[in-house]
Ligand binder design. Structure first.
Ligand SMILES: *Cc1c(COP(=O)(O)O)cnc(C)c1O
Length: 413
């Protein structure tokens, strides 16, 4: 195309995209204020006596179709609660992914267990039955499956493997509210589901979390763990085991209760705009749109492109740079700068004092972070470009993003 612009270039102002970091991209409004006002007027701000957190737990369990849901103070607290409920012996291994939030990993160490990192599928960046199988040992106590970016993992295959060994699966559903695999909700398929209500998730209270389960015994332990393992309501209550205060307060519960009815619409809108962008980017050489298995529901916490560096100069990094410079669109090549096992906490075993506990109990194989063992992890991170995604995107925003990507790809090809 011939450049027909006049000599003094007029740069069009960047279109500002709605952001999950402020009101432009959050669904916080009158309903949340009404609930909060009610909570404050009630004068009861602790969930042990109040009504909002209890109502949230009941409604969330109903929404997911599970027997139990318990609210807690963060997604990290949710994962910690799940692991504490499973109650590993020191040195037991818990299989997990290195492409996740650190809040999903440190709880393993706090419970004295060893995170056993397994590789991921380079396309979805999710763990698979095949990669999990390679990490199974006679010390494996649990498997954590993270549904990354809102795309559900293949839970059919994973549960088949896990069930055949009698190993519980914890679903980290922090990024995948209402995602579905084979018609079943993420967080309702494994033994325990963990959710986060942090600022940048589908619905938010700033900080907050939830755990779900259908298992009576796990439910009991999670209920206790969130509240210092004190047997509230028991005939002779005591503090039954080591546990923290991970309670959600009523103010947070009030906001969450108002957010919950908005969740389906948030997901619907994210899916419909994602489908529009995918349609617009079809056939663009060097860029692959998000993969989702047939029959599954990806809920687009983020929208990820896979960028082929053989076609596009500097790959995902080059594309991100162009998008920012030319159109003011911020994206994240690699998502995380390095796999979690390369962070100091794991690479240098920084835990409790100088003890290195619980790594002192690990087998050499469990802490072997040789990159050759993680080909999918490294190649997946190399290719991925994470575009921020939001329920408030309009057709205008989608056109803007699509044109920006097309122009950048053209310039870099
Ligand atoms: C956000 C997140 C967490 C941690 O949640 P917090 O509420 O920030 O503690 C855990 N796992 C995943 C996959 C997340 O995205």
């Amino acid at each position: 195309m011939v450049n027909t612009l006049p000599m003094q270039q007029t740069t069009a102002p960047f279109l500002k995209l709605p952001s999950d970091q402020d009101a432009s991209g959050r669904t916080l409004g009158a309903e949340e204020i009404a609930c909060l006002t009610e909570a404050i007027h009630s004068g009861t701000l602790t969930s042990t006596k109040g009504t909002f957190v209890k109502a949230l737990e009941k409604q969330f369990a109903e929404l997911l179709g599970v027997k139990y849901a318990y609210a807690c103070s963060s997604g990290s607290a949710a994962v910690h609660t799940a692991i504490a409920a499973i109650d590993p012996e020191p040195g037991d291994e818990i299989i997990t992914t290195s492409i996740t939030d650190m809040g999903a990993l440190t709880p393993i160490l706090y419970q004295g267990a060893i995170p056993r990192f397994v590789d991921v599928d380079p396309v979805t960046l999710n763990v698979t039955a095949e990669t999990i199988e390679k990490g199974l040992t006679d010390r494996t106590k649990a498997i954590i499956v993270t549904h990354l970016f809102g795309n559900p993992s293949n839970m059919t295959e994973i549960l088949e493997l896990a069930n055949s060994r009698g190993i519980p699966v914890i679903e980290d559903t922090a990024q995948a509210f209402l995602a579905q695999h084979n018609g079943q909700y993420a967080g309702a398929m494994g033994a325990i589901g963990c959710f986060s209500l942090q600022q940048g998730k589908h619905i938010t209270t700033g900080e907050g979390g939830l755990v779900t389960t259908n298992d009576d015994a796990l439910a009991r332990r999670m209920f206790l763990y969130i509240n210092k393992a004190f047997g509230y309501g028991d005939a002779n209550p005591d503090h039954y085991f080591i546990a923290l205060n991970y309670r959600m307060n009523e103010l947070t519960g009030a906001v969450a209760l108002a957010q919950l009815p908005k969740l389906q619409s948030v997901v619907d809108r994210r899916q419909s705009t994602a489908a529009k962008l995918t349609a617009k980017l079809q056939g663009l050489a060097g860029v692959a749109t998000p993969y989702c298995a047939a029959g599954d529901q990806h809920v687009f916490w983020k929208y990820c492109l896979r960028v082929d560096s053989q076609v596009i100069a500097d790959g995902a990094v080059g594309l991100a740079k162009k998008l920012k410079e030319e159109k003011g669109i911020f994206s994240a090549p690699r998502y995380i700068q390095k796999p979690a096992f390369q962070c100091q906490i794991f690479a240098e075993q920084r835990t409790f004092g100088n003890s290195r506990f619980p790594f002192t109990l690990a087998t050499p194989e469990a802490v072997d972070y040789n990159p050759t063992l993680f080909p999918g992890t490294f190649s997946g991170l190399e290719q991925v470009l994470v575009l921020p995604w939001n329920e408030a995107y309009t057709d205008e925003h989608i056109d803007y993003i699509a044109d920006a990507v097309k122009q950048a790809v053209k310039a870099l090809s």
